[in-house]
Every structure is written in C-alpha cells, then in structure tokens.
Write a protein that binds this ligand. Sequence first.
Ligand code: PLP
Length: 351
Amino acid sequence: MKKEKYGMKNIDFRSDTVTFPTQEMRNAMSKALVGDDVYGDDPTVNELEMTAAKLLGKEAGLFVSSGTMGNLLSIWTHTNRGDEIITGWHNHIIVHEQAGIAQIAQVMPRVICHDNDFIYPEDIEKNIRPNDIHEPHTTLVSVENALSNGLVIPLDIMKANYEMAKKYNLKVHLDGARLFNAAVSLGCDAKDIAQYADSVTFCLSKGLCAPYGSVIVGSKEFIDKARRHRKMIGGGTRQVGVLAACGLLALKKMTKRLKQDHQNAKYLAKELNAIDGIEVDVDKVQINMVFFKLDKKKINEKEFLKQCDKKSILMNPATDGEYRVVTHYWIDKEDCDILLKVIKSCLKTTK
Ligand SMILES: Cc1ncc(COP(=O)(O)O)c(C=O)c1O
C-alpha cells in the first residue's frame, strides 16, 4: 500500500490538511530552481504565481504561507481601518482565524446567518450601512466556496452576490481554500467561480497534497499592495521555490483527481446511511466531507472510539454529536470500508 512507504501509518480522516506530499512533489523539490523571493528572484515562485493567476483569470498572484494569511492579506488590502465587511457567521475568517481581520486589518464583520451558511444578494443589500455619520462604511463582501460545512455555492448565487456587491461598489473576496473541490462539484473550471470575486485565496496544502502554501490572485495593483502587507507581517520569504515546486504540481496534477475523493466521500455516506443507527444527509455530501451522527441507543460510541484507535483510524472529536470525516489522496475505498466495518462491529444487539 502506497501510504506506509511515506510514513503515513494511520487512516487519517481528520482533514485533507494531513496529506503528505507525493513522490513527484518530493522529486520536484530537490530539482527546483530558486532565488530570493523578496527580490522577486525565485523563478519557481514566479511561475507558480503566474500559473495560478492565469488559471483563475486574474492579472497577478502572490504565494503566501497559508489560507489564513491569504484571507487576512486580501481583506486588509481591500479595506480601510474601521470599515465593515459582510460575511457568513460560520466562515473560516470568523470562526477559525483568531479575529485576525479585527486585530490586524481592523475591520468589523457583519455576519449573515443561514443554516446552510450561504450568503444571498438580499443579505448584502439589506446589510450595507447607510451613509450616516454614526455608522461604519461597508466596503467588502467575503464569501467562502466550498464552505467548511461541505456545501458548494452554485454559480448563479455567486454571480448574483457579485452583481449586488458591484451595484454598491463593494469589493468581493473569495476564501476558496477548497476552490478546486467546489469547481469539481459544480462541473466547471475554477476560473468560472473566480470571475465572481475581485480576489481569491486558495490552498495548495489541503486536498492538493502540497506541504505548504496558498495563493492569492487578483488585479496587479491589488497584489502589489498585498505583497507589501505580506512583508510587513513577516511573510516575505527567500528560496521558497522548493515549496512552490510542489504548488505547481498541485495545480497541474492534483486538481484533476479530486473527483476521486468526492466519489469516496459519497460512497462512505451512502454506506453509512444504510446502517441503522447512523444519521447522515447524503445529499449534503458535495465535496470530500461527510458529516454523521451516531444513535447512542443503537451504537456503542465508547467501543467505536476504542476500535478506531485499535485500527489506527483518526477522526476529530464530534462537534455537537456530529463527526466529520474527510477523504483525500491518502484515503482510498478500502480505508472507507475499514471505517464502515468498525462502525458495524459496534452496533448494539437488541434483545
Ligand atoms: C474554508 C477555509 N478557509 C481558510 C482556511 C485556512 O487555511 P490554513 O489552514 O492554510 O490557514 C481553512 C483551513 O482549513 C478553511 O477550511
């Protein structure tokens, strides 16, 4: 089995961030041409930034350390201190980025709350502040696609949101940490989604297997300004072509295979759904994530966790009783079957 060879001993369903670089990436790292990227001298970084921009239909790109850094730099670059931005209540920038947009960009979020975490054009229109001396200026809408709840926002909603934002002269940032998963799910090019945003951040280090990095794309003027901000927070790095080489392979090779992860997630969800004692909404499996709940009257949860441990299955603890499993390059159908077998072995026998 391929994964032992690379030291991946577990069946790791915690996230697609756990993916190790492929052998091809490791080879590319050793051969990468490099230079001092703060001088703009790293040919591999330059190639990655250009490739990403072209792929997403934008003028320029910027290699950054993470999705968190990409979101922060984008929002900071688009706004002024004290502005208000419209975003979703469960978006990563609100829940998982230590309020960096407040601490560093110094903007205030106005959050939209829908059960599916979507934002609709009416939400944008309703929440733009009037031109009143008491109120902040609304200057940006930040959307996420795919969402971290595993859902994908259809293109017509992306378009309608973008058009509404433009009607009021707002910028649009897209947190596309899993942009390519969204594109696979929608059956379109990533560019088709990116056209409805002024800036996009996407991650190389999730389902695409690169060990490091995200890329921001946008206009040349925007990227030049974001590059200055990156330097200010210590994100100017030197011979990172060794890492950008993996990013290039992520874009050239790994985006195409994401559909396999989606298929495995769908397979897992369907099989879980067939187990009496498991609650899973199969229709909500749109990318590589499956959410499920155990009926504790029917399944021995303690035994389930014990068996997972025994079989080296890693999962994050349940949130509000719900488990999330994520499929990726290092998870295959057999791994899904092992998890299913473990769950089935923990069914309580009814007398
Ligand atoms: C939707 C979304 N945005 C941003 C990020 C942040 O990415 P990173 O972990 O590279 O900072 C994540 C990470 O999981 C994410 O799921």
